[in-house]
Design a protein around this ligand. Structure first.
Ligand SMILES: Nc1ncnc2c1ncn2[C@@H]1O[C@H](COP(=O)(O)OP(=O)(O)OP(=O)(O)O)[C@@H](O)[C@H]1O
Length: 241
């Protein structure tokens, strides 16, 4: 079912992608070869598939960090490639969670969480209170003054998740969020993401190469060679890829 338009429901989509294509190196690498899908508000979607199949390229487009060569990509009826202010879109609509956490090492946990709020309207106290509230929500109220270097990998990722929520984003985009974690910390981070999704109906789009993690999502986009080869429940076993 490679590039058929798929939807998990009838509500207006958060994202709509139609026939996205992206080449690199003058066409020698076809990273996306015609990708179409919809994501509805409140969905938890995993994007999975083998290394090099185009997962990160696609996620970067959803975050307006990259543009397709051709095709349509809308976020709530706005064309992402045509955004006049991509940084504003990223700051206000998107929460990013990266494999490598990307915390500032010379800032404490509570300071790191406040960083996305500096451009907003909140005053100093309100910003700090919100950061503490978010760190409490991710189970780190006892670590707010710790620097990243004094936190475990799982704790660092939980700080990064708190930071991603700072501006009440419409969507969380997570790129291999447990890729740098041992299995115990990975399980805690995944449990937290699932809880956020379930309790707050956060729209969560997670790239993972790990099928067992992808299966935790309500819906799995399975990619191969720049195409979505399955959309829904995983019906292809890893050894068939
Ligand atoms: N900036 C770039 N320049 C050239 N080729 C690129 C660039 N970015 C990605 N590619 C190529 O595009 C293809 C898709 O890459 P992408 O990173 O999206 O795959 P992926 O599924 O996320 O891989 P992985 O799981 O290994 O991170 C790969 O062949 C990759 O080498």
């Amino acid at each position: 079912m490679s590039s058929t338009l798929a939807s998990a429901g009838s509500a207006a989509p958060v994202y709509e992608a139609i026939d996205l294509k992206k080449d690199y190196d003058g066409g020698q690498v076809q990273a996306l070869r015609g990708v179409s899908f919809r994501v509805n508000a409140g969905e938890f979607v995993a994007i999975t598939g083998p290394s090099g199949c185009g997962k990160s390229t696609l996620l970067q487009m959803l975050g307006a960090l990259d543009k397709p060569d051709t095709g349509t990509l809308n976020y709530r009826d706005q064309s992402l490639p045509d955004l006049t202010d991509p940084p504003a879109y990223r700051a206000h609509e998107i929460g990013f969670i990266f494999q490598a956490f990307h915390l500032l090492p010379t800032y404490t946990a509570v300071e790191n969480v406040q960083i996305p709020m500096f451009e907003g309207k909140l005053g100093t106290k309100a910003r700090r209170d919100r950061a503490i509230e978010l760190l409490t929500q991710v189970g780190l109220s006892h670590r707010i003054h710790h620097f990243p270097g004094k936190l475990s990998g799982g704790e660092r990722q939980r700080v990064a998740i708190a930071r991603s929520l700072a501006n009440n984003p419409g969507v969380l985009l997570a790129d291999e969020p447990t890729g740098n974690l041992d299995s115990k910390n990975a399980a805690q981070v995944l449990e937290l993401l699932v809880k956020l999704h379930q309790e707050q109906r956060t729209t969560l789009i997670m790239v993972t190469h790990d099928m067992s993690i992808a299966r935790m999502a309500e819906r799995v986009l399975l990619m191969k060679d720049g195409l979505i080869v399955s959309d829904g429940n995983l019906d292809v076993e890893p050894n068939q890829l």
